[in-house]
Design a protein around this ligand. Structure first.
Ligand code: NAD
Length: 351
């Protein structure tokens, strides 16, 4: 059995990934600081699982990371821990530099020292997979897609901090030959996403009859990928990805924000019928500064080299996701208690 150190495993993608890896036969050491975005309720079903070892701690604590790598004899690292919310990065960029840049540096240093101490055979199998975002590539117009060779042009403190961490990862491969792989994924959705992000926020507000705050014209476009498909791509890349390389991961499901909100409203209206359609509460709010217009990801390298493709259609994924949030009110309450913003930059979502 292989052991993977996953960072940020109490967050949205991390908790889904921990579950995915354990089901696939891995032992997971889950290092998470439990910031407002981390929630042990997202891992409740794994509480008694001997293949899940949870450690509360900070990726900026390099000594702790090194100690965990040795103590659990790890075969790989998947680095997801991050400050991840663009709106929060506009209000408090310092935390993003600390966790996303300094934290990744500390992870790399610990991994390098550990990797050097491994036997030749073990060191050849070791991997450091760094999970990044398509936002590092900046903003597109109406046409074109990001490939792995698109230059970085980050526009928010969040995407700039992720781009900086990606450069550090690249440099540790080029300079020290650390066996790294970096991924750039489009917007994820699915169960256990913190309810200040677009899809859970709109779902819960639609059900609660609150305003649905849409930035600007609502025409900004994102590519959407179900989190389970992201997890399957990450496992495949961990097992078969090319060392020193980068892979785009995307859902081939571009939608404007307004289309996403209407899809949510339609599902909410089907599941919780009421006199008025929930879309009546759509409210256009002042746009986010530096709001990228369009992201589009070309994931053909991942499909041609490793045979991956997404398995969940956007339409089905949205229905399942809305249904999940409606069926898990206890999780929603416990998560909101951890510092839920409940508003977008332009306005209070409750007003
Ligand atoms: P999230 O905000 O839901 O979870 C982040 C987790 O990291 C939380 O559990 C938090 O407690 C933990 N964390 C934060 N600071 C930490 C620190 N200093 N030390 C240890 N743990 C810390 O984020 P997410 O949406 O699950 O994203 C996970 C990763 O995937 C991030 O690196 C993000 O950039 C990347 N990503 C996300 C998306 C997306 O759509 N959500 C898309 C592409 C890439």
């Amino acid at each position: 059995m292989k052991t993977v150190l996953v960072t940020g495993g109490a967050g949205f993608i991390g908790s889904n990934l921990v579950r995915h890896l354990i089901r696939a036969g891995y032992r997971v050491v889950n290092l998470d600081k439990l910031t407002y975005a981390g929630n042990l309720a997202s891992l409740k079903d794994l509480e008694q699982d001997e293949n899940h070892i949870f450690v509360q701690g900070d990726v900026c604590d390099g000594m702790l990371v090194l100690e965990l790598l040795h103590r659990y004899d790890c075969d790989a690292v998947i680095n997801l821990a991050a400050e991840s919310h663009v709106d929060r990065s506009i209000g408090s960029p310092g935390m993003f530099v600390r966790t996303n840049v300094v934290g990744t540096f500390e992870m790399l240093e610990a991994a390098r020292e550990y990797w050097h101490a491994l036997s030749e055979e073990r060191s050849q199998g070791f991997r450091f997979v760094h999970v990044s975002t398509d936002e590092v590539f900046g903003s597109l117009g109406d046409s074109g897609s990001f490939t792995e060779s698109t230059p970085f042009q980050p526009n928010s403190p969040y995407s700039a901090s992720k781009a900086a961490s990606d450069h550090l990862v690249r440099s540790y491969h080029e300079t020290f030959a650390l066996p790294t792989i970096t991924t750039h994924c489009s917007n994820n959705y699915g169960p256990y996403q913190f309810p200040e992000k677009l899809i859970p926020l709109m779902t819960l507000h639609a059900v609660e009859g609150k305003q649905l705050p849409v930035y600007g014209t609502g025409l900004n476009v994102r590519d959407w990928l179900h989190v389970e498909d992201h997890c399957s791509a990450l496992r495949l890349i961990l097992e078969s990805g090319r060392i020193g390389d980068t892979y785009n991961i995307g859902g081939d499901a571009e939608r404007s924000n307004l289309e996403v909100v209407h899809a949510i409203c339609q599902t909410v209206d089907e599941l919780c019928p009421s006199d008025q359609p929930s879309s009546k509460n759509i409210q256009y709010v002042r746009d986010r500064p530096g709001h990228d217009f369009r992201y589009s990801i070309d994931a053909s390298k991942l499909s041609s080299e490793l045979g991956w493709k997404p398995s969940v259609s956007f339409e089905q994924g949205i229905k399942d996701t809305v249904s999940w949030y409606l069926s898990n009110p206890d999780w929603v309450t416990s998560t909101r208690e951890k510092g839920y913003h409940g508003q977008r930059l332009g306005t209070s979502a409750n007003s």
